[in-house]
Design a protein around this ligand. Structure first.
Ligand code: FE2
Length: 264
């Protein structure tokens, strides 16, 4: 019987409703899923755009081990010092050098060394460094320390996500796609042992447009005006995956989607 690490990876936490749901319900979810390690994407935690030190602290207090992010992470300037000093908060690794923060960390938990890496896609997003080349280079370095590597690939385009997973297959334990806020049903274990899902979805208001107010989103569609989307205040669904990882090989043994209605 292999020794197993169970990683709970949750999608983009959306505003106050998403944060409330995790502050209130994450400890119970960790128990029911028997998870050893928790990764949450926090780039939309502060009113839909960015993350604040207070919310980061609240997520850590609720049982989160690492907060990953994406293109919105620099929206609230008060997070910048923490991006530099807090090992457990990540921004995509493949932004230009000198941008506040770092894109990977290694933690020890449940008798294992666990690396978490954050990358961002380039299709319909910024023209940053190549996630394929940076992913290859960083995972090669991380493998000197551990073969348990969790990747949050924050990207828009399924082709880019699937291609990167296959490119890194066997080098990482799991590629969990984020950014679209819509959970996909294509989860599987690739030939080399890497778990994959195009998008794990969001932890935010279920009755919404990607977590945001329906009325404004529809108006944007109808008028094409650059109206600012605001977080919808409705009951939350917590979305993500639970991955079982073989501690000795770093391979994913199973990958299960979760979509839990929050009790608040
Ligand atoms: Fe997001």
């Amino acid at each position: 019987m292999p020794s197993i690490l169970r990683a709970l990876i949750l999608g983009d936490v959306i505003g106050q409703p998403g944060c409330r749901a995790l502050f209130f319900g994450l400890k119970k979810l960790i128990k029911t899923t028997k998870s050893d390690f928790v990764v949450v994407n926090g780039e939309n935690a502060a009113d839909g755009y960015g993350l604040t030190p207070e919310l980061a602290e609240g997520l850590f207090q609720s049982g989160v081990d690492v907060i990953t992010s994406g293109n919105h992470i620099w929206q609230k300037k008060e997070i910048y010092p923490l991006l530099e000093s807090e090992n457990r908060i990540l921004r995509p690794e493949n932004y230009p050098n000198g941008v506040p923060g770092k894109g990977h960390c290694i933690l020890e938990k449940s008798g294992a060394k666990i690396a978490v890496l954050n990358l961002e896609g380039r299709v319909y997003l910024s023209n940053i460094r190549c996630p394929f080349r940076v992913g290859r280079e960083i995972t090669t370095r991380l493998q000197n320390t551990t073969n348990i590597i969790i990747l949050d690939f924050h990207a828009e385009w399924p082709e880019e996500k699937e291609a990167l997973a296959i490119y890194l297959d066997g080098r990482i334990s799991v590629l969990a796609g984020t950014h679209t806020h819509v959970q996909t049903a294509d989860e599987r274990i690739l030939a080399g042992g890497t778990g994959y899902i195009t998008d794990i979805g969001m932890s935010g208001p279920a009755e919404s447009v990607i977590g945001m107010k329906i009325e404004t989103a529809v108006k944007r569609g109808l008028t094409q005006m650059p109206l600012k989307l605001e977080v919808e205040d409705k009951p939350v669904e917590i979305s993500g995956i639970v991955v079982e990882i073989d501690k000795s090989t770093g391979n994913a043994l199973s990958l299960k989607r979760i979509r839990e209605k929050s009790a608040i």
